[in-house]
Design a protein around this ligand. Structure first.
Ligand code: SIN
Ligand code: CO
Length: 380
């Protein structure tokens, strides 16, 4: 959020070079790419979080007698689950920006990719030898070592036809092809892995690896969202006018009729109204959160907020929210929000990294209180 945050790219590499040569194409090791991550968390912090209510966590383990046999348990996880693991295990916790605004701020190191593609931060905690096996992901990910060391091996590119090991609860590859990268990442190092590239990370000691994951919608999601947005446009409920050619078989739905309906749809999409419909659908879709937003505080009244700010707390943007701007319109957590000019300025300031203290509230108090109660802001 802070515009002065250094990008997580190798020294001397421009954003243009990264986007042209690496993004979605090739892996890239960024030694010391995220120094601020070092020491931010210890393994025990993550284990404590993994058993909390509302946290999305998974325990992946390998059988002691037969490490080729994997197990998966999804949250809720208990202290017992953690105490009774076999020797080789990994606990993954998703959506960390929800629980740690400080970590959420780290997204700004990746602002060379638009925010709407930034998905969530996951962490893995594992003892020596722990792993989630060889696999590939469909999305881009920056794997950032936060604590301890992890050996990463990268192999072949995979796609939907690449087979997974049968009868296992997680997606595992038994063949990574030729290993093109094999290095141990130290705390602070970052490895960019493009979609489809097989990878296998093995903890060298007690280790935390943070995955900054990206996302893009697929066409089914876009079609689905268009349908959703379209229900607000009453004129689209009008029955289509279709010319009818003489037909021998009354049972037939002719290709001509299908084409005529498709043309009507394409005509709509290609019109100014269609641009608006499509634009809103895509903006709503990409600004949706994958995980429910958790409120940490009861709702506050304007006066209660004022008192908290007077006591020295301050307001900042909640890094777990999704803010997407299309021209002058803002989409927040899946909804288009109407903002007055002064509210837009205030939001822009917060997005630019502004921290609101009791000196800055002036006549914005009701707006800020509303935004806090909507969880767009956090009080720290
Ligand atoms: C891990 O951190 O162990 C797994 C992350 C990944 O492979 O995507
Ligand atoms: Co992966």
């Amino acid at each position: 959020m802070n515009q002065n945050t250094p990008y997580c790219l190798p020294a001397g590499m421009s954003v243009e070079t990264f986007l042209a040569e690496y993004w979605q194409k090739k892996p890239l090791l960024i030694k010391g790419g995220l120094p601020a991550l070092v020491g931010m968390f210890k393994p025990e912090d993550v284990l404590g979080l993994a058993v909390e209510d509302g946290v999305s966590a998974r325990l992946i383990s390998q059988d002691d007698a037969n490490p080729e046999q994997w197990s998966l348990k999804s949250s809720p996880l208990s202290e017992d689950d953690i105490d009774q693991t076999p020797k080789l295990w990994t606990i993954l916790v998703q959506n960390l920006e929800q629980w740690s605004p400080e970590l959420g701020e780290m997204w700004s190191h990746f602002d060379f990719i638009p925010k709407w593609q930034q998905d969530d931060i996951m962490v893995s905690v594992a003892p020596q030898g722990g792993s989630v096996g060889a696999h590939y992901d469909e999305y881009d990910v920056f794997l950032a070592q936060g604590y301890g060391r992890r050996r990463w091996m990268l192999g072949k590119m995979c796609d939907g036809d690449t087979p997974f090991v049968p009868n296992q609860p997680i997606r595992l590859l038994d063949d990574m092809g030729e290993i093109i990268f094999d290095e141990i990442l130290e705390a602070g190092d970052v490895l960019y892995v493009p979609p489809g590239l097989s990878h296998h990370g093995i903890a060298q000691d007690d280790c935390l690896t943070f995955s900054f994951g990206f996302r893009r919608p697929n066409l089914v999601q876009i079609i689905d969202e268009i349908a959703d947005v379209a229900t607000n446009h009453s004129q689209l409920f009008r029955v289509l006018t279709l010319s009818q050619a003489a037909q021998k078989d009354a049972f037939e739905l002719s290709s001509q009729s299908i084409q005529a309906m498709k043309s009507a749809l394409l005509e709509l999409l290609n019109s100014p109204a269609g641009d608006e419909l499509f634009g809103s659908a895509v903006a709503e879709l990409v600004s949706k959160r994958q995980y429910e937003l958790v409120a940490f505080d009861d709702e506050l009244s304007d006066n209660e907020l004022k008192a908290r700010l007077n006591d020295g707390e301050c307001l900042l943007l909640n890094p777990a929210c999704r803010f997407v701007r299309v021209a002058d319109d803002w989409y927040i957590n899946g909804e288009c929000v109407c903002l007055a000019d002064d509210e837009r300025q205030l939001l822009l300031a917060l997005i630019g990294g502004a921290v609101i203290t009791s000196d800055d509230i002036a006549n914005h108090l009701p707006t800020l209180c509303q935004w806090l109660n909507d969880n767009w802001l956090i009080l720290v």
